[in-house]
Design a protein around this ligand. Structure first.
Ligand SMILES: Cc1cc2nc3c(=O)[nH]c(=O)nc-3n(C[C@H](O)[C@H](O)[C@H](O)COP(=O)(O)OP(=O)(O)OC[C@H]3O[C@@H](n4cnc5c(N)ncnc54)[C@H](O)[C@@H]3O)c2cc1C
Length: 387
């Protein structure tokens, strides 16, 4: 029997556990997750976008697989005593840019996405105003519109994966890993907060915003740290036509979401780390003026609060590590998803199963998301949106 310990039972740990269970080795796998309510975890705090527009081809491929799984979840994620419906629906995304460099980069990314099978087209602002007449598109020259991009309920996806993994025989232990013991360069034992221990042959670090703490247990430093993302809700008195999730070059983003509107904000200048404050003044002073500038109906909105979550931001290049850690060859790191892990979890679950059981990536070659690039300090070139 292999002893595989997964540290962190969010969507990533649960999707990996599910894939390993489907491969028939559920008895070998234990997931350690301290909080079955997931109060501070990223997954239930995600917005739920499954966007197909990315600048790195592997991210597009992983999103396409996420689309396949989430759009037919009841066929792909089975085995649980109860079933969950992540309510996949297609909302579309629209990325808006101005300036020669940004235009060229967006157009190149669109060509790459089209070659991978994504339905995406570049439109000028005149065409966009014709389609979405409530919007001014001030500050944009062109936009890339991908109408098939999806939206899901993140919590239902998480619980669907977790319950299916449990139904197939995976054990979830309500506890926290507090130390990892090593012999030579290999982890051999996980010590839990309760005092219990788990023998280890393979350990998978899916602790997301806490992944650096887990790496520190084996003396490894990673450039991944929590980054606050604030989400604000509002209502509009005046009707606005259905529109896709829109995102401007400066990071300003607005979408329709479960009967309200939603605006997200990341301040890349603030120090990394947990910060649970929701800054209503950011909405009042920075976001609302931009909303009103883009859409006249949004001058008279009713703010409805919001929530805070944290990205596991990879400060090297905004992309994940999905690889064995060289210095600790039986530890797999799956973290650094930097705001797009929910849509990639199905692909990561499958990829990690391939790394462990097949000896390497088989479905999508994710070797670019290597540990070695962290060691070498060589970032992946990614000119897509960072959050
Ligand atoms: C506001 C916001 C919006 C987002 N929107 C999107 C989106 O639209 N689309 C998208 O694809 N992604 C989005 N994301 C990103 C997405 O939520 C994450 O990439 C994804 O949920 C990460 O899943 P995870 O399982 O790695 O992390 P988590 O859900 O955070 O789970 C990690 C788990 O590890 C556990 N843990 C920590 N330390 C230990 C330990 N020592 N021992 C045991 N367990 C431990 C924690 O309790 C936690 O439950 C968003 C994120 C935020 C914050």
């Amino acid at each position: 029997m292999r002893r595989i310990v997964i540290i962190g039972g969010g969507i990533m740990g649960s999707a990996i556990a599910y894939s390993l269970a489907r491969a028939g080795i559920a008895a070998d796998v234990t997931v350690v997750e301290p909080d079955p309510t997931y109060e501070f975890a990223a997954t239930p705090r995600a917005v739920g976008g499954v966007r197909l527009q990315h600048a790195v081809p592997e991210n597009v491929q992983m999103s396409l697989y996420g689309d396949t799984v989430y759009s037919a979840f009841d066929q792909h994620v089975t085995g649980g005593k109860v079933t969950f419906d992540p309510q996949f629906h297609r909302i579309g995304y629209l990325f808006l840019v101005e300036g020669a460099e940004a235009r060229a980069s967006l157009e190149a990314n669109v060509r790459m996405q089209q070659a991978l099978g994504v339905e995406v087209e570049v439109h000028d602002v005149a065409e966009l105003r014709r389609r979405y007449p409530s919007f001014s598109f001030k500050g944009a020259e062109i936009g890339a519109l991908s109408p098939d991009d999806g939206q899901i309920d993140p919590n239902a996806a998480l619980m669907g994966y977790r319950r299916a993994a449990e139904g197939l025989g995976i054990t979830f232990v309500k506890d926290r890993v507090v130390a990892l013991e090593m012999q030579g360069n290999r982890v051999t034992l996980a010590r839990l907060e309760s005092g219990a221990t788990l023998p280890v042959e393979i350990v998978i670090n899916t602790a997301n915003c806490w992944a650096a703490d887990v790496c520190a247990m084996v003396g490894v430093t990673i450039p991944i740290a929590p980054m606050r993302r604030q989400q604000f809700h509002f209502l509009s008195q005046d009707a606005v036509e259905t529109f896709p999730a829109m995102r401007y070059l400066n990071g300003f983003a607005v979408r329709q979401h479960s009967g309200v509107y939603l605006c997200g904000h990341t301040n890349f200048g603030e120090p990394p780390g947990f910060n649970w404050d929701l800054q209503h003044e950011v909405f009042e002073e920075q976001l609302w003026p931009q909303l009103a500038e883009q859409c006249q109906a949004f001058e008279t909105i009713k703010p409805r609060g919001g929530w805070v979550g944290h990205y596991d931001m990879n400060h090297l290049d905004g992309n994940p590590v999905i690889d064995w850690i060289g210095a600790v060859p039986n530890m797999l790191l799956c973290a650094g998803f930097s705001g797009h892990g929910l849509q990639h979890a199905p692909a990561v679950g499958r990829a990690v199963k391939e790394l462990i059981l097949d000896g390497g990536f088989r479905s999508i070659d994710l070797s670019r998301f290597s540990w070695q690039r962290i060691v070498d300090g060589t970032p992946i070139q990614d000119d897509g949106p960072k959050a």
